[in-house]
Ligand binder design. Sequence first.
Ligand code: SPV
Ligand code: MG
Length: 549
Amino acid sequence: MDKARKLRGLFAKNDLIRAVGAHNGLTAKLVELNGFDAVWASSLEVSASHAVPDANVLTMTDYLNAATSMNDAVSIPVVVDVDQGYGNSVNVIRMVKKFEAAGIAGIIMEDKLFPKQNSLLADGKQELASIPEFVGKIMAAKNAQVSEEFMVIARVEALIAGWGQEEAMKRAKSYVGAGADAIMIHSKNKDPDEVVEFITNWKERVPLVVVPTTYYQFDEEEIKKYPSVKMVIYANHGIRSAVEAVDKTLKEIKDTGGIKTVSPKLIPVKQLFDLQGTREMKEAEKKFIKTGKEVKAIIPAAGDDSSVPSLKHLLQDRPLTMLDINGKSILQRTVEILNQAGVKDVDVIKGYKGEAINLEGIRAIENEEYSQKGIMNSMMKGFDDVDGGALIVFADIVFDKAIVDRLLTCEEDINIVVDTSYRTEEYDKAYDLVVTKRPPTKGKTILSCGSNPVVKIGGSVNRDEATHEFIGITYLSKKGVETFKREYESMKNSNSTVNGVQFDEADLSDFLQELINRGIKVDSMEISRGWKDVRTFDDYKQVSEMLAN
Ligand code: SPV
Ligand code: MG
């Protein structure tokens, strides 16, 4: 909804509107997050934030820019303090056009002369414009606005300038006659008496606005006794508390010679990131930053590994992928690497203790059948909305980013990452063994993309014939994804086994072997080390040590 209409809506309700002063997007956002109705783009706050006096030292454009960043940061209406309109009626016309075009809901314009000084300034110069001059400015403003909703509120400074009640009332009525949508009656007395006197005498239907900075005992309970007052502005309390807080922190850093004592007392940086809309940026990145090779990652993490005796005690409340290794879960590590490699779209299929998977930046998909069906069933749940390539990453591995970086540059349609160190190190714990067409590269060649088709994979490979070990990372091009989906459906419907295994129990190796049996090419990318799977407590200890170094 248009913000001017929102503001009108607030004035139409029976509640008192509470506006709070701000000077930039961040402070405006805090006003909204704390549940207030509107932002007051205060000239005092904006000029103070530039460390210049509130005396028309800044220009209309400075105030417009500040108000725009406030308005952009919030969904509540912003009411802008436009001083006296930055000149005469001609200046007012352009001013209204600019502020309204920026999405500002309304302005409050005061009947002082240019340059004005802040109303609360002890020895401030408070010169009033003549009534006709200011009436002309209100008319100019009302005439310049494009939408009917935009609000022009006239601010009466007669009490501030010491001209008394009668003058204040005369001015206020004249401004209403000129079309003002509300009247702000300002005072710098320590008690609310003169404002209350004005309010009590106010018989017009146009609502009033008060700014009880100096007469602060006039709280909402009191104000609500006067139904003609529709809006209260807490004009500068944010910036005053900010100055105090910054000053205190800086003093402490200076005095203690470091940030040891202040750091734990400050808000976490994450809170700042949230205020800045970092989450929205991440979502936009995912949706709109295209590389031409869109890849989605699928991490099947539904399985229950608590039956592994040495891991049982660690997996009472979480799936294996959420095991903490030096302060980060396996899954978090994987997601970070994928994101850094440009893969922002990550689906995690959860099942066993799925509630423990509470990571930001992923889409979690529930697999309720995890205890009856195998990993293929889990994995395929992530395939529904893949429209480019896919990266299938097992949930129980840690690996170097270089592996994914390289794999994403390979051209093959179905490409699995295989490790040669199985051969060189007599690796007796290797799980998914592989036989490739060509023998493993001797020496220290790593990350070789080139096409070396897989001949055999999984259970049917015996240790002597194996050339490599499959590490649990598979890349599928768009065409590879289509092949995968098509063949999966065909295997599902054929009622036959997948490489000799029941369809529901087949794992990825069985599926890949079945593809090979069907004459579909499965390629391999060769690496040597740079990864480790976690399947036992010993693995877990090893990985923890490895990553600690
Ligand atoms: C402001 O906040 O800039 C105001 C209110 O105009 S006062 O400072 O009281 O004049
Ligand atoms: Mg002001």
